[in-house]
Design a binder for this molecule. Structure first.
Ligand SMILES: C[S@@+](CC[C@H](N)C(=O)[O-])C[C@H]1O[C@@H](n2cnc3c(N)ncnc32)[C@H](O)[C@@H]1O
Length: 224
């Protein structure tokens, strides 16, 4: 079934039909984001890393539901998810997004500048683990989507900056279904990183968590 299908797994015909059906029956993907996705497929390695139509609309809706003032994103890549988050933010709110790869800076900024929501986003180039402690304010929500091996470290850094009742949305927490694949679990560092993260969150009394089996898995973590 599509909602449980992880991004890189072979999708069956019915998965693809269901995916198309869902995308036809949710809010349209904005034109600029379609163009961003097209360019990413033409010019970038691993374009599947970007959130895409369904997940992007979900991120926007999460923001409309919680109406945060300050949001943090770890892992900007092309800026696709940042633009979806910004679209859901009230005027006057700010998304700080951090990307470690400085070669992406010009591409990201060109899309932020082309969007009416770009003014709600501040891009930081560097390592999230170094930048997070420097923010002078706390966050209402975090979208965690950086290097899967460092999720535990991002999590601790973010918890120190999140207000009570704030949320972390952690992407890829089912990691292509690898979390339940015995062979891959033993040998792959990214899978190990995600599994240790999921175990840590489940056993952390400071938070409550659900995992949404959408796309590659999104954990919704609430600070008690
Ligand atoms: C999965 S992509 C992000 C996709 C994007 N959030 C979206 O949904 O459109 C992960 C990005 O995290 C960046 N990254 C990895 N480690 C990082 C770190 N320590 N700090 C900031 N960015 C990092 C990578 O360079 C990559 O561009």
């Amino acid at each position: 079934m599509y909602v449980c299908a992880c991004v890189n797994m072979m999708k069956t015909k019915s998965d693809l039909l269901l995916q198309a059906y869902i995308e036809e029956h949710i809010e349209d993907e904005p034109k600029l984001l379609k163009e961003l996705r097209r360019q990413a497929h033409l010019t970038l390695l691993r374009p599947r890393m970007l959130s895409g139509h369904l997940q992007g609309r979900i991120l926007k809706m999460f923001m409309q539901m919680i109406r945060p003032e300050h949001v943090l994103e770890i892992g900007t890549y092309t800026g696709y998810s940042a633009l979806c988050i910004a679209e859901g933010l009230p005027d006057g709110s700010l998304l700080d997004t951090i990307e470690i790869n400085d070669e992406l800076e010009n591409k990201i900024l060109s899309f932020f500048n082309a969007s009416e929501h770009g003014k709600k986003i501040k891009l930081h180039i560097g390592d999230a683990l170094e930048i997070i402690p420097t923010f002078p304010y706390s966050f209402d929500a975090v979208f965690m989507d950086g290097n899967k091996r460092h999720y535990k470290a991002y999590y601790e850094a973010c918890l120190g900056k999140l207000r009570q009742g704030g949320y972390i949305f952690a992407d890829n927490t089912l990691w292509d279904g690898h979390v339940v694949d015995e062979e891959i679990r033993r040998n792959d560092q990214q899978t190990k990183g995600i599994m240790e993260f999921n175990d840590m969150v489940k056993n952390d009394p400071r938070v409550e968590v659900v995992i949404l089996p959408i796309r590659d898995g999104i954990s919704v973590i609430r600070v008690k």
